[in-house]
Design a protein around this ligand. Sequence first.
Ligand code: NOJ
Length: 516
Amino acid sequence: MAQWLDNAIFYEIYPQSFKDTNSDGIGDFNGIIEKLDYIRELGCNAIWMNPCFESPFGDAGYDVADYYKAAPRYGTNDDLKRLFDEVHKRDMHLLLDLVPGHTSVEHKWFLESMKAEKNEFSDRYVWTDNIWESPEGMGCLRGISDRNGSCAVNFFSSQPALNYGFYKPERPWQQPVDAPGPQATVAELKNIMRFWLGLGCDGFRVDMAGSLVKQDEDGKGTIRLWQDIRAFLDEEFPDAAMVSEWGEPDKSLQGGFHMDFLLHFGPSHYNDLFRCEEPYFSGRGKGDAGEFVKKYKENYDKTAGKGLICIPSGNHDMARLAAYLQGDELKMAFAFLLSMPGAPFIYYGDEIGMRYVENLTSVEGGYDRTGSRSPMQWDNTVNAGFSCAVREKLYIPLDSSPDRPTVQEQMADPDSLYHEIRRLIALRQAHPALQSKGKIDFIHAESHSYPLVYLRSMAEEQILVLLNPSDTPAVFECTLPLSEKLYSFGGDITAGEGKISVPAGSYGFYRTSPIQ
Ligand code: NOJ
């Protein structure tokens, strides 16, 4: 695993909405370059950028029409290369978003594959061999081609599924993973990766990484596919970093990924902490972190030493953190996010508490995700400093509330969320025990109970992290000494007579002695 992942802190950029420099109302590569110093100053040293390739944008770019070409609205391939170079100049790294599972219906491979005559791309997608037969358990496109068959889709109907084969083929049209069609798809995927890594990107966030091979219940076929890709990377680009949208780290890390996301869907209980009626980090103190910790521990035990579980503050697919938590609750959530193992991911704008914008008309397949994709709020100039375009041309309307947070205001206020996050990142970067590979032991993580307490350790260093989001003080039994305070917020934590007391709405980081 590339060494920079040991203390990587990622910033996710949704390029459409970050910074527009040519006044077309949509963000661009030059805008990102302009803001790299901002990201670095916050303390993030790595970037994940959502898809930026040629696309009809039916799903915000997750419907690629040409994997080898930057979407003109963001700039040229040369501009993108310049972005890689500028990132590296600042000792940062950038992951592109790779969408291996499907393309846009406008991709030339798909147009060829729709033809009745057999050609190079006939087997590039998952087609049945009869228009009246649909692929079991999947949506499909039918009646749109001269070819007699239905084509499986992965997500929206405009995203036909690329063919990586079936783990256990049953029907004549279901190809085994080692058939020439699926093999050609894998070879092309390697070419795409080779192309961008060769230009200077540092690796990939991989979209829907766990569902490439079909009828593959335990993921064995897909794991094998990624192992093959990892072998190629080890040979040609050994430092390439890979993070998967999979949510089953025991599988993804076996497949050679270094990192897997803890996802907001599936069995992770991530939403219990941040996004539900009573989130654990709300001051109401009615939340439950117990199930989350149980699940996290299960995954951690399966993966410790092999790779990283990455917990995001949010992403372009879920409601903003600030839709559920406000004020100091957000600081509390970040104290947690920035002190957990794995590489943290901060979704653009979450560092200033940007809100979920309600009641927006869907843009580019965003639907209810659109409210989390609104333009970054830099300052109080026109369009919040995002773009000089006329307001109607903005990609997504800005949060129109008069008190919307901005970077400029938060930078001027030492008590802002922005500054708290900077301090928490600086703390993490000063202590390897708090970084990606430091061990974690949960000390107090009972169900429906506060505080949440864990011990992070690396070599001789042991740091106790105590979080009490609730608006009542919390006491728990613990004999660990609070040897030295490294940082606290909201009041001082005290220890004595086998108990530790954590004031309401407070958190702290204390050096302690090893558990006997
Ligand atoms: C997951 C991506 O994060 C999401 O935005 C996209 O719509 C789907 N995958 C389909 O590619």
